[in-house]
Write a protein that binds this ligand. Structure first.
Ligand code: PXG
Length: 289
């Protein structure tokens, strides 16, 4: 598999960055995870827009224009003959010195890695997930806003470790005030009396592109949907629950902190939204021509 680095496609074994890159030294950079389905890149423009917004927020200048970035993603998929792929776009502050000062980094490093998609086990979708809430709180937006998809993912990794130790596949992260924020790599939705609720992003969650797609699908299906501050109490009393993310798509949740959600089985509204989302992935997207 060839990897794009700063304008060149190189074999995986030659795909290297400097030990002085501030992406490595400080997690100073931004990234995106994107998927292609049947030679169509799903929500490519939305992912690129979010990448540039994350970069802008940390005053990182991406050396490529958006159209050039889109072309680079598509070219990488073509070179690697990938139809159904996972695409990782990474832009770091670039090579600097050992100090923090980003002004020492003259040029950002741009990386595009592609791989065959590794699907989640079918059983997770059929049986639903059992999750736990974890002690590590989601970063407070006033310190490092979770709306920035930065290379600094330790907050999420700490939560993932806590889930792993407890034998859960994912962690529900709460805000410093104890409200539901999101999972380590997915957004969270609940269904109550046929209505859909998800936490507002300002509370401390990434504006997930799958989240936005689900909100759009709900609107089209005339399922009422609102952003709402949620507590663990709301989770325990939900009729259905599911997570959304590029890798997982839409995955049902049946248990939180040892308590069954709704019937304890994946719910019908979740099933409907999951089918509609999968239809969207098969019918939309930027073609890899
Ligand atoms: N919240 C967080 C914190 C995320 O990192 C999502 C929500 C879902 O967003 P999208 O746009 O994908 O609907 C993410 C993104 C992986 C992986 O390989 C997934 C993400 C990040 C890093 C790795 O599973 N999810």
């Amino acid at each position: 598999m060839k990897v794009y680095i700063d304008g060149k496609w190189v074999p995986e074994k030659d795909a290297r960055v400097s030990v002085f890159d501030h992406g490595l030294l400080y997690g100073d950079g931004v990234f995106e995870g994107i998927r292609s389905y049947n030679s169509h890149v799903f929500k490519l423009n939305e992912h690129i827009d979010r990448l540039y917004e994350s970069a802008n927020s940390i005053m990182l200048k991406i050396p490529l224009s958006k159209p050039a970035m889109r072309r680079a993603v598509i070219q990488t998929l073509k070179i690697n003959h990938l139809e159904n792929a996972y695409i990782r776009l990474v832009v770091t502050r670039g090579k600097g010195d050992l100090g923090l000062d980003p002004r020492k980094c003259r040029r950002a490093t741009t990386i595009i890695i592609t791989d065959r998609i590794k699907l989640y086990p079918k059983a997770l979708y059929e049986n639903g997930l059992s999750l736990i809430t974890v002690p590590t709180q989601r970063n407070i937006p006033e310190a490092l806003n979770p709306q920035i998809k930065s290379l600094n993912y330790l907050n999420n990794i700490l939560a993932k470790i806590e889930a792993n130790l407890a034998g859960a596949v994912e962690a529900i992260m709460l805000t410093a005030q104890g409200y539901v924020a999101e999972c380590t790599g997915e957004n969270i939705f609940i269904i109550k009396k046929g209505e859909l609720y998800t936490p507002p992003c300002w509370l401390g969650a990434l504006r997930g592109i799958t989240r936005e797609a689900i909100i759009l699908i709900a609107r089209r299906l005339r399922i009422p949907c609102a952003e709402q501050v949620l507590t663990r109490h709301d989770l325990f009393n939900a009729h259905e629950m599911f997570l959304t993310g590029t890798a997982a798509e839409v995955v049902p949740v049946v248990q939180v902190d040892g308590r069954s959600i709704g019937t304890g089985r994946p719910g019908p509204v979740t099933g409907l939204l999951r089918r509609e989302f999968r239809r969207m992935t098969q019918t939309e997207g930027v073609p890899i021509k």
